[in-house]
Design a protein around this ligand. Structure first.
Ligand code: SAH
Ligand code: SF4
Ligand code: F3S
Length: 436
């Protein structure tokens, strides 16, 4: 009988991709994925440390597993990912029902560790090698129509608020031929859309100098059968003209760019160590919109960074109004110990942070709604994703511009391309009817 595996994933797409790879590795030693956590013989929680709120939620989840461990003592319970990397054995001291802690740099040890634990009960912590050279494995995504492909690991940017460079190590790019081979394998297995992933995809290749990100995109786009290419996340300081040209001239590359600006005042951008000014960001957006007129632009913004004044914040509101992003992910600054900004002595009061977040979201939501409302009656190609979470008669999918579209389900299946007409746009999604 197959052993059962449940992986619970938090955090960014990189973690989703890591979970897929861990699942594939574990399937090769007889574990079958299950949705029913009570049935699992092996549970992994793949964690994120980017904000304190994420960590609190995850600690709650880790606590919940204790009950299952008591019911089924043979259950193996592992914690992986960024929090595992950051907290190591202190996680295990806090939650002794954890059997193993596996950091981001040692995923190739996963099978080994699970096999050890299957043969006898012990505690294992593996958190070395966070910046070690990439070990390629023979993973080929199975059957998914849309799939994530990591092209590089780590980050060299050290934005002063951010924990990622500490938990994901230095930038390491995969070899272009390994990436292209994986894209080809994914397409042979049915993929029509791929998303190339990295903390900072547009600095791809700066380490091995075998290809720039723009060159890699061209090679990937040459793979027959692939219909849509996405990538994230891009850093404004590395957005080259070459990349904008490739986006403009290659029809497989979707007209969407997630380009986190983080803030709209130079003084704060500088303290964040972002490496660009508001004026530079504005020029990039102008160029992008000139070269790719239908592009949808999304961003990330942080409020309540240490030392933020009311006037900095108002500038940011003004900049957001000027940029007219299609959508923005807005975050309250979270103090991450070990990062430079955590030691800045001008931390902002929680009440002010929340109040600013509300104001920022109100401005952005209005813009998102206005942009979407203009799409009423327009037609789009949608890649169908599947049934919506709340109603199985409603299916969702994405436009090339990465907008979420909801429509009444008929004959279509996940992975189909259909055409829709927008009937009722909302702030975060578009309701539509199928036209063919
Ligand atoms: N590499 C990507 C994304 C990293 S994390 C990039 O550079 O854009 C995703 C988002 O989380 C960031 O864009 C940032 O807006 C937010 N973030 C990171 N650290 C944070 C912190 N300490 N507090 C609040 N938000 C944070
Ligand atoms: Fe974090 Fe900055 Fe790196 Fe993004 S670029 S992962 S925000 S340090
Ligand atoms: Fe979180 Fe790690 Fe991603 S900290 S955002 S899961 S790289």
């Amino acid at each position: 009988m197959d052993k059962k595996l449940k992986i619970i994933t938090y955090g960014c797409q990189m973690n989703v991709a890591d979970s897929e790879r861990m699942s594939a590795r574990l399937q090769s030693i007889g574990y079958a994925p299950t949705d029913v956590i009570d049935d699992a013989d092996l549970i992994l929680i793949n964690t994120c440390s980017v904000r304190e709120s994420a960590e609190e939620k995850i600690l709650g989840k880790i606590g919940e597993i204790k009950r299952l461990k008591l019911q089924k003592p043979s259950l193996i319970f592992g914690v992986t990912g960024c929090m595992a990397q950051k907290d190591g054995d202190s996680l295990m001291r806090r939650a002794p029902h954890i059997d193993f802690v596996l950091g981001t740099g040692r995923q190739m040890e996963l099978v080994n560790i699970v096999q050890k634990l299957e043969s006898f009960h012990q505690k294992i912590v593996e958190v070395d090698g966070v910046s070690d050279p990439i070990v390629e494995d023979a993973f080929a995504p199975r059957g998914a129509r849309s799939t994530f492909i990591p092209i590089m690991y780590g980050c060299n940017n050290f934005c002063t608020y951010c924990i990622v460079p500490y938990v994901r190590g230095r930038e390491r790019s995969r070899q272009p031929e390994d990436i292209v081979r994986e894209v080809r394998a994914a397409v042979e297995n049915g993929a029509v859309e791929i998303t190339l992933l990295g903390q900072n995809v547009n600095s791809y290749g700066k380490d091995h100098r075998r290809a720039t990100f723009a060159q890699l995109l061209k090679e990937v786009a040459a793979v027959d059968g692939l219909r849509r290419i996405r990538f994230m996340t891009s850093h404004p300081k590395d957005l080259s003209d070459e990349l904008i040209e490739v986006m403009a001239s290659n029809e497989k590359i979707c007209e969407h760019l997630h380009l986190p600006v983080q803030y709209g005042a130079d003084r704060v951008l500088q303290r964040m160590n972002r490496g660009y000014t508001v004026a530079r960001y504005r020029r990039l957006v102008e160029k992008l919109r000139a070269e790719v007129p239908s592009i949808a632009l999304t961003t990330d913004l942080i409020v309540g960074f240490p030392g933020e004044t009311e006037s900095d914040f108002e500038r940011t509101l003004e900049f957001v109004r000027e940029m007219r992003f299609d959508a923005a992910y807005t975050f309250i600054y979270s103090q991450r110990s070990g990062t430079p900004a955590a030691t800045f002595d001008d931390q902002i009061d929680d009440r002010i942070k929340h109040e600013r977040l509300e104001r920022l979201m109100a401005v952005q939501n209005e813009i998102s709604r206005e942009i979407n409302e203009r799409l009423t009656g327009k037609e789009f190609e949608v890649l169908v994703e599947g049934a919506s979470r709340t109603d199985e008669k409603i299916f969702n999918g994405r436009t090339r511009t990465n907008k979420l579209v909801l429509f009444t389900h008929g004959e279509e299946r996940a992975g189909d391309f259909i055409r829709v007409r927008i009937t009722q746009p909302q702030t975060w999604l578009l309701r539509a009817e199928r036209i063919c």
